[in-house]
Design a protein around this ligand. Structure first.
Ligand code: SAM
Length: 193
């Protein structure tokens, strides 16, 4: 059985479709992007192909050569635990694809606090919300996830601006494409870890 059953073997289809329509994914021109839990780097490579300078973050050392082969110098790999990762300079875009659903639900608020430090004010966080509708008792990873779950974790530092249906072909559970804008002046303080 595959050690990485989540790996699509290619970039996520909706990411490709949206990048082809708008390389900036609604955030203006492509800038600096972070892919937390980047795994094999398929999505990171697609972002780099469309002009983004990509940082891939993963705590699995095996991810690094796979990321490097796809990003080809148009970014860097960071070997780190995402809960402890604090970039020197925050990013224009964070792309979450089966990272939030891979972490323990008990740590989701920590993810939200960390994400507030990853995205610069007026930047955005895009999430492929998956697996929707999976019964909680099935456990995980992937753990059941909704757009609301992510909105709660991100808190008042972010505003949900898009919550679209998204391609779930090849997967068992429904998927959505959610976009959160990082607010310039969050109404709440960023919680320390
Ligand atoms: C389900 S996989 C998704 C990989 C990739 N985004 C994709 O869609 O193919 C989750 C990834 O997150 C990484 N990961 C999980 N928890 C992490 C953590 N605390 N810090 C860094 N990476 C983590 C795993 O090593 C794995 O590569």
């Amino acid at each position: 059985m595959s050690q990485t059953p989540w790996d699509l073997g290619q970039p996520y289809s909706d990411l490709i479709a949206r990048l082809e329509r708008d390389p900036g994914l609604g955030a203006g021109s492509p800038g600096r992007a972070l892919v937390p839990g980047c795994g094999s780097g398929h999505d990171a490579g697609a972002l780099a192909d469309h002009g983004w300078v990509v940082t891939g973050l993963d705590f699995a050392p095996s991810a690094e050569p796979l990321f490097d082969a796809k990003v080809k110098g148009r970014g860097e790999f960071v070997l780190a635990d995402l809960f402890a990762y604090r970039p020197q300079e925050p990013f224009d875009l964070v792309f979450d694809h089966t990272c939030f659903c891979a972490i323990s639900p008990a740590r989701r608020m920590e993810f939200g606090s960390a994400a507030a430090g990853w995205v610069k004010p007026a930047g955005r966080l895009v999430s492929v919300v998956f697996p929707m509708g999976k019964p909680i008792e099935h456990g995980g990873p992937p753990y059941a996830m909704t757009t609301d779950d992510l909105a709660v974790a991100l808190g008042s530092n972010f505003e949900l601006v898009t919550d679209d249906e998204a391609d779930c072909s090849g997967r068992r559970w429904e998927t959505r494409w959610a976009v959160f804008d990082r607010l310039d002046s969050p109404t709440g303080a960023v919680e320390p870890l």
